[in-house]
Design a protein around this ligand. Sequence first.
Ligand SMILES: NC(=O)c1ccc[n+]([C@@H]2O[C@H](COP(=O)([O-])OP(=O)(O)OC[C@H]3O[C@@H](n4cnc5c(N)ncnc54)[C@H](OP(=O)(O)O)[C@@H]3O)[C@@H](O)[C@H]2O)c1
Length: 264
Amino acid sequence: MKIVFYGIGNMASAIFKGMINEGVKPEEIFVTSIPGDPLLELFKEELGVMPSLNDAELLKNADYVVFATKPQDFESVVERVKANLEDKTKLISIMAGTTIETIQSKLNGNETVRIMPNTNAVVQKAVNGVAFSENFTNKEELLKLIETFGTNVLIEESEFNRITAATGSGPAFLYYLYEKYADSLVNLGFSKEQADVLTRELVIGTAEMMKNTDLPLSTLRENITSKKGTTDAGLKSLHKHDIEKIFDQTLEAAKTRGEELSKD
Ligand SMILES: NC(=O)c1ccc[n+]([C@@H]2O[C@H](COP(=O)([O-])OP(=O)(O)OC[C@H]3O[C@@H](n4cnc5c(N)ncnc54)[C@H](OP(=O)(O)O)[C@@H]3O)[C@@H](O)[C@H]2O)c1
C-alpha cells in the first residue's frame, strides 16, 4: 500500500504515527510539506517514513492521498496534485469545512472520504467522523486503515459540523472542565501540584471505568451516591446549575461556527 500525506502538521503526524504503531510499514507512508520544512527529515529519521517534494514521484501508484493541510492551503495542494493524480488513487481529507463535492470537482471526481478525527489521535484514541463519496469502493479497507488511530463513526456529510463540535472540539471542552475542577481543589486547600495530580488521576481512572463497563453513566454515578452522603450533598449543589443548558449552548456555538467557516 502507498499512502501520501500532503501536510505533516499536528494531525497528520498523529495519524501516521498511529498507523505505524498499528503495523503499517513506514516505507509505505510518503510525506510532503512546503520546501525547507525541517519536519520532513525529522520524521524520516524518527519513523522511517519517506519524505519527498516531488509530486510526480509521490503520486505514482499511490493508493491513498491524505489532505492534512489547513483548508486555506488546499488550493496550493490542488495545484501540486492535479497533474499527476491517478484515477485509482483515493482521497482522504481531514480538512475542516472542505466538502467532498469541492474536492471531487477539483480532482477529477476521484473516490473521496472525509474524516473528522480529534486530537486524541496522538494516543490512538480519536473519534473519527467518517463520510464517503457516493463512488467510494472498498470502504472496509479504508475503515480498517483509520481505525489504527481511533474509533470510526459513520455519518452523513451534512452532520460534519455537528461531529466537529461534539468530538473535534470536545477535548477542549473537557480540558476546560478539568482545569476548573483543579482550580476548585486549590480553593479547597490543596497545593497546585497536588490539585493537578489529583485531577489527572481522577479523570484517567474514571475514563478507564467507563471503558470497562456497559453500565449507563447514570448508574455509575448512582452506584457511588449513597442517600444523604457526601457525594449526594455535592451533587445537590451541582444540580442547582443547569449544566445541560450550558453544554447545549457550548455545542451550539461550536456547530454554528463550523457552519460559518464552511461558507467562507
Ligand atoms: N488539530 C485538530 O484537532 C484537528 C482535528 C480535526 C481536523 N483537523 C484538520 O486537520 C487539518 C490540519 O490541522 P493541523 O492542526 O494538523 O494543522 P498544522 O499543524 O498547521 O498542519 C498543516 C501542515 O500543512 C503544511 N502545508 C501548508 N501548505 C502545504 C502544501 N501546499 N503542501 C504540503 N503541505 C502544506 C503546513 O506547513 P506550514 O506550517 O509551513 O504552512 C503545516 O505543516 C486542518 O484542516 C484541520 O481543520 C484538525
